[in-house]
Design a binder for this molecule. Structure first.
Ligand code: EPZ
Length: 421
């Protein structure tokens, strides 16, 4: 099994180019099931999750030509079946995103239940309830969602009890080919959801309210869409992760190929801690803080502080002068990184979904284990200021969502190497 060996780092320097957003690439790939033409997608992140979803699409019959690791052309003309099998879905729960497009286009599909993951049960009840509201008959059998909509899906009024990113994306894609109007209330408005809406809107689907929590989607009644070439937006979470790496090592580093307005919650919090920024249109230079002030975070749906940045900021909190508090409101078990950070010497106590982090804790390198994608990146951030050497195991979690992590960190001056045990 691969592991990362990282030595304590002096300040980082230089530039890092941010890749396309994994959480935008995934719904965009699923949406190609709605197209009648060939769809070319650029700036895909070269990460395992994208490869897994591409494999699932090919398994369904989509013809995929890779031009290079970050761009491909899909042709979903000849879908041969509508069964998203467990063996692929279990590797990547966002495969649930094929439910909406398959059901809307074919009126039938079988999608393996994605199952939970380290950060929580990750139910899909809201996805299923919404499809039923649009006229689908859904049974759960043998670990599969068996969905049927004779005569196709019908537009409906969908009120989400909770804001769900992939739940919103599934309904938006289902509504795109449905008959009639779908009104979604309490929709997610993450930049990745907005990009999906913009792509569908320029492919022949009239959508009102893009960027807000209320969407009205006028379905084409089954007519397939025509996609123009797509460029995936930059990954705001990858960008935030590198900002935390720069922040914890008191570095001035520059991020390129970013969307500054997607980073406000992250940069505002770093400013509160004491950091500064020089911003230009698609790049950002971090300016070190004189001292690191402790902070409070409550994870919230966009544009609030993103849950996907909670673990990385917890690593940073170990070096702040005082007590920081983090409340995780979206997932019930997203503190798996705490015990690993404690192995490095962090002083963290947990009470329900609140974590209290006392700084400054001098960290010492150790063997630690990645448990989920963002927890792993928190261990990388912490390892940069841990005395000696840190070995991070089970880094397949990292490979799911961070493109060329070692190369990008090494370019910033980090002493990092991938080894095999
Ligand atoms: C998306 O997951 C992201 N994944 C996650 O990023 C991110 O953490 C999450 O949104 C929150 O921002 C992708 O976009 C591929 P949710 P998703 O549905 O859609 C509950 C990463 O690190 N819920 O918005 O699965 C759910 O349990 C990943 O890149 C239901 O109860 O998250 C959670 O408490 C991790 N029933 C809350 O809603 C449902 O049917 C938000 O989940 C659906 C969700």
């Amino acid at each position: 099994m691969d592991y990362l060996q990282i030595k304590k780092s002096p300040s980082l320097q230089g530039k890092v180019s941010i890749s396309g957003a994994k959480n935008s690439a995934l719904p965009i790939l699923a949406a190609t099931l709605l197209s009648q033409n060939e769809v070319t997608i650029h700036n895909l992140p070269d990460v395992a999750d994208v490869k897994t979803l591409a494999k699932l699409l090919e398994h369904l019959g989509v013809n995929i030509t890779w031009h290079n690791p970050t761009s491909l052309t899909c042709h979903a003309q000849n879908i041969v079946h509508q069964r998203a099998i467990y063996d692929i879905v279990r590797k990547m729960r966002a495969s649930i995103l094929v439910l909406g497009p398959l059901l809307s286009r074919f009126g039938y599909c079988e999608v393996s239940l994605p199952g939970g993951c380290a950060i929580g049960a990750r139910p899909v009840d809201l996805h299923i309830k919404a499809m039923e509201k649009m006229g689908a008959n859904i049974q759960i059998k043998g670990g599969y969602i068996i969905a049927e909509a004779k005569g196709g899906l019908k537009g409906a009024d969908i009120l989400f009890d909770k804001i769900t990113v992939t739940g919103s994306e599934n309904v938006i894609m289902a509504a795109a080919l449905a008959q009639g109007k779908t009104h979604i209330i309490n929709a997610a408005k993450e930049p990745e959801v907005v990009q999906l809406c913009e792509i569908l809107s320029s492919s022949g689907v009239r959508i009102e309210g893009i960027g807000g929590n209320e969407l009205i989607i006028y379905g084409t009644g089954g007519e397939l869409l025509n996609f123009a070439p797509i460029r995936v937006i930059p990954d705001r979470i990858e960008a935030g992760t590198y900002l935390c790496a720069g922040a914890i090592t008191h570095s001035s580093i520059t991020l390129e190929n970013i969307e500054n307005n997607h980073l406000s919650a992250i940069t505002d919090k770093l400013e509160e801690i004491g950091f500064g920024f020089n911003k230009s249109e698609h790049s950002l230079t971090l300016l070190p803080a004189k001292t690191l002030k402790p902070f409070e975070i409550i994870t919230t749906e966009y544009p609030g502080f993103p849950t996907d940045m909670q673990a990385q900021f917890m690593a940073l909190a170990t070096q702040c002068e005082g007590t920081s508090v983090i409340e995780e409101r979206l997932f019930e078990n997203r503190f798996m990184h705490v015990s690993e950070l404690q192995r490095l010497g962090a002083d963290i106590s947990l009470k329900g979904n609140h974590a209290t982090i006392k700084g400054v804790s001098p960290l010492v390198g150790a063997d630690v284990m990645a448990t989920d994608l963002r927890a792993s990146s928190a261990l990388v951030v912490a390892s940069l200021v841990s005395e000696g050497t840190t070995n991070i195991h089970r880094i397949y979690h990292l490979d799911r969502g961070y493109e060329s992590l070692e190369r990008k960190l090494a370019q910033l001056g980090v002493n990092i190497v991938r080894l095999r045990s």
